[in-house]
Design a protein. Structure first.
Length: 216
């Protein structure tokens, strides 16, 4: 094939990949460690029909908020990556053992009529036997307040609802890693023991949160 023609075919693919990366890396700035959780009284609908707030969900030692969805390969898995969803229930159990409650938040407002509808959320929660609430964040309001960028993107708060860890669940997405580092599990253990979080911030990895575009 003519090299010039080959480049023309490759460029659109590169542009799509770069656009996807930029959508996940841009947007509202993530809440910083040490800051208090916003919108603690904001009511969100759980898959069981009940209303949930961050304040009401908080455990004795804190709250773990995981922004998630129903289809992102980083959540549900793909050929070369199991996806973090398979860890959700064990993370919930570890959090509970350390006095922390867990909530999954779906902020994909642009896909609310399809893959991330409440009905699809209910089916996903039942299929995967989620042990924690799975709530709908209408208009991505909580995601915007947190500056959440990806699915998943995790935020761990202490008993005062101050952020002590944010970022990725672990580094298993990285095929070039030399060892597995369970960032979130380490933070949960340290929080439960009253210790300082040794790695309070990591880069979130996943699909961009699908916010609805508002026309000016």
């Amino acid at each position: 094939m003519n090299p010039y023609l080959r480049n023309l075919l490759v460029l659109p693919t590169i542009a799509i990949l770069m656009a996807s990366f930029n959508m996940a890396s841009k947007g509202p700035k993530p809440l910083k460690v040490g800051k208090t959780a916003p919108l603690q009284d904001y009511a969100m609908t759980n898959v069981d029909g009940s209303s949930k707030t961050l304040k009401g969900l908080k455990g004795e030692k804190g709250l773990l908020v995981i922004f998630s969805c129903n289809t992102c390969p980083f959540v549900v898995g793909a050929e070369k990556f199991a996806g973090w969803e398979v860890q959700y229930n064990t993370i919930n159990d570890l959090a509970a053992a350390n006095g922390v409650n867990t909530v999954l938040v779906n902020s994909n407002e642009a896909k609310r009529e399809g893959d991330d509808s409440m009905e699809a959320m209910k089916k996903r929660a039942e299929l995967k036997a989620y042990k924690m609430p799975y709530v709908e964040d209408k208009d991505s309001k909580l995601a915007d307040a947190f500056g959440a960028r990806t699915t998943p993107h995790v935020y761990l708060f202490n008993s005062d609802m101050k952020l002590v860890y944010t970022g990725s669940i672990d580094n298993t997405w990285d095929s070039k890693r030399s060892e597995d580092i369970p960032y979130l599990n380490n933070a949960l253990d340290q929080l439960g023991k009253g210790q300082k979080i040794t790695a309070p911030t990591t880069d979130p990895r996943g699909c961009s949160i699908k916010r609805k575009q508002v026309n000016p």
